[in-house]
Ligand binder design. Structure first.
Ligand SMILES: O=C(CO)COP(=O)(O)O
Length: 286
């Protein structure tokens, strides 16, 4: 990793959750209320940038219920889990980048493993979405990662590098003001998954950083890990690796879960900042 790849600052450590296809409006509202109460009580660690990606049905509700939480927009971002890469019009069942932005999204997740495998999303479609997101002023959060079979074949680095390169391939002259890439090996995600070992995570993150250094040397980028992150491994992942954040599913599907992980990440950073080791969370430049 060269020092030119990111302008990530000491106070930037991302911790976010996608709720995937869960939560009624009532449940989404309750989660937002809990987060708002915690924020007003000063219980959200200031070192973190949190993000929450509700299902699109709940986006505006969560935005409205968090209103007044006194977390400025840089410290708590709402986002969508997907959007269509074209203007409003006759595309049945889809929502545009502009529509999710209108509903409160400042970021949009693209290319998640579940969409690649369950819905057949291709690298080409994901590239079009990345470009559309940037055009709409949304921060793209692009998920990349190899399947178990690709890993077993020893293809992790080529698959991950190819996905990152492809995702950026539609940008042309568009320069994202900010871009997040989450390394999420498919085999690490969900109830059937197991969290990747630190060496595997480090290898995946390094591949992502290498491609970003080559393709987008001047952009503000963040490289996250996701896949079975929980209370048992979050602190080690946050402090021991060259990682700019954690992307969580199940373990943050309650506000209490998200807040617990937030404290674990912040505590890990503080503990490590007094040692010789310089964790990603307090590193000034990479
Ligand atoms: O897919 C994920 C985040 O995008 C991770 O999900 P889990 O944390 O539930 O494994």
């Amino acid at each position: 990793m060269t020092s030119t790849t990111t302008t990530t600052t000491a106070s930037t450590f991302w911790l976010g959750t996608s709720w995937k296809m869960t939560k009624t409006l009532a449940e989404a509202g309750d989660y937002a209320d809990e987060l708002r109460t915690a924020a007003l009580a000063g219980q959200v660690p200031p070192e973190l940038r949190l993000f929450v990606l509700p299902p699109v049905t709940a986006l505006a509700t969560v935005r409205d219920r968090l209103d007044g939480a006194q977390l400025d927009r840089a410290r708590l971002l709402l986002g969508a889990q997907n959007a269509y890469p074209g203007p409003e019009g006759p595309v049945t069942g889809e929502v545009s980048m502009g529509m999710v932005r209108d509903a409160g999204a400042r970021m949009v997740e693209l290319g998640h493993a579940e969409r690649r495998t369950l819905l057949g999303e291709t690298d080409e479609l994901i590239a079009a979405k990345v470009a559309a997101a940037v055009s709409a002023g949304l921060i793209p959060l692009v998920c990349v990662g190899e399947t178990a079979a690709e890993r077993d074949r020893g293809d992790t680095a080529s698959v991950v590098a190819g996905q990152v390169r492809a995702a950026l391939g539609g940008l042309g002259r568009l320069a994202p003001a900010e871009l997040l890439i989450a390394y999420e090996p498919h085999w690490a995600i969900g109830a059937q998954g197991r969290a990747a070992a630190p060496d595997d995570v480090a290898d995946g993150l390094a591949v992502v950083r290498q491609v970003l250094a080559e393709e987008l040397p001047d952009s503000t980028t963040g490289v996250l890990y996701g896949g079975s992150v929980d209370a048992g491994n979050a602190a080690d992942l946050a402090s021991g690796l060259d990682v700019d954040g954690l992307f969580v599913g199940r373990a943050a599907w309650t506000a209490a879960g998200l807040l617990d992980l937030a404290h674990r990440c912040a505590d890990a950073a503080r503990a490590h900042s007094t040692t010789d080791q310089v964790p990603a969370i307090v590193r000034k430049d990479r």
